[in-house]
Design a protein around this ligand. Structure first.
Ligand SMILES: [Zn+2]
Length: 75
């Protein structure tokens, strides 16, 4: 784990490269545990914070119960 900036809320969060995919895993005090693809993380800054949180909510809705939500695409 390393410290990075949460792509959802712009606060400091723990981050790690996702061993299973091309993206990152974040552990944020405000946003919880989630994964995000590299492309989505790169695009996230274009969106307002409320929209970013809605991407995370949508990912959480798609995730299997008990698994970590992963933001795979946001366009
Ligand atoms: Zn956050």
């Amino acid at each position: 784990m390393m410290l990075s900036v949460c792509p959802i809320c712009d606060e400091v969060a723990k981050a790690a490269h996702d061993r299973d995919g091309d993206g990152m895993r974040f552990n944020c005090d405000a946003c919880g545990d989630f994964g995000i693809s590299e492309a989505s993380a790169f695009s996230m800054h274009r969106y307002a914070s409320e929209l970013r949180r809605s991407f995370l909510r949508a990912a959480a809705h798609r995730a299997e119960p008990g698994s970590v939500p992963v933001i795979t695409h946001i366009d």
